[in-house]
Design a protein around this ligand. Sequence first.
Ligand SMILES: [Zn+2]
Length: 411
Amino acid sequence: MRPPRKNPILRTRVPTLPPSVRSRVALGLTAAAARGSFELQVCRDCGTVQYPPRESCRVCLSLRLDWHVQDGAGELLSETMLRHSNELFYRERMPWRLGMVRLDCGPVLVAHLHGDCAPAPSRVRVRSALDRAGQAALMAMPEKDTPNMADDRQLREMTCDPKFRKVLITDAKTPLGHALVEAIVAAGADLVWAGYAEPWKKTAGFDQLASIPQVALLPLDLTNSRAVKDAAGEIGGRVDILINTADHHRNYGIAARNGVEVARAEMDVNYFGLLRLAQEFAPALRGRGADGQSSAVAWVNLLSIFALSNFPPHGTYSASKAAALSLAQCLRAELGPAGVRVINVFPGPIDDEWNQLLPPPKIAPARLASDIVHALRGGVEDVYPGDIAEDWLARWRDNPKALERELAAGT
Ligand SMILES: [Zn+2]
């Protein structure tokens, strides 16, 4: 069911957030949820799986606890409908369904309960998602998918589903841009603004986008402060999800080229472009964080796995993406209080013209687009699509210095 439209006469509420204070050890749950993974502590000595997270094992008091992925299968033992809460966030959203679940791996926990879960006792799957405060929350889902399950009112409070929402894609002229416009339309968005710069430049597939009924073309050059301001003035108050796909990519290191023009152009799009967008669009998104069930929910940045550690053959590009990552963390801190999620996407090399000479594997634009839609639906904030990104992430988490040496040696 389409959520009711906001009554324009009513004042927009000030955003409220679910309780967000967590102990440092409990942030382990959040760190996993940010990547879309449900992990619990497992004792290395006695094998106990425990929840809630603690400093030591509840059975043998061992301190050797590791985070391991869980499948979340379990049994719903009992449920209740919350009709009163001292927390303002939940009071505004009553009634709220909660259930007690015994996971097959041992722990018993209280979880938000999806509307399609059968009454207790029944089988459920528990998954971890980030709530509006950006902290991990556990949601019990029906064991098997049901039609339109993403529309659940409680689930939508934790996800950024494009369905029924208005989405701005800042650069629709790239292969990823086309694929993303089509994927977001297919996901049920009400309206997609497809941004484009350099109108004189013909690119395959772009003109067809205009014939999709939900798509509106929007001139938007991120290197021009005035153009960004004008676009924000025109549509800023209606954007629910902003996806910044603008990307300037040349493959040079330092010694291969004289002068700073190429590096400056990369910074102008990848870093200053994001800054211009954030200055003009973020205040409006922040103001609409509590605008009912179709409020402003997400800001997506197309970064690169090269942002984590410099890839010398694409050295200046890597540096511009590292700068953008740092700025995106600032943006996340500023949009967080409004419940608007900043999702950073770290793909490996995309299969486009500037990676032509790189050997496979490369990520196809259509796959990347579907991973971005999946991230919006999944309530995550960091996405590492494709095999190369996953491999880099694993090596970077294991030992950043080793990865730096390996990249310098070209391995
Ligand atoms: Zn133990």
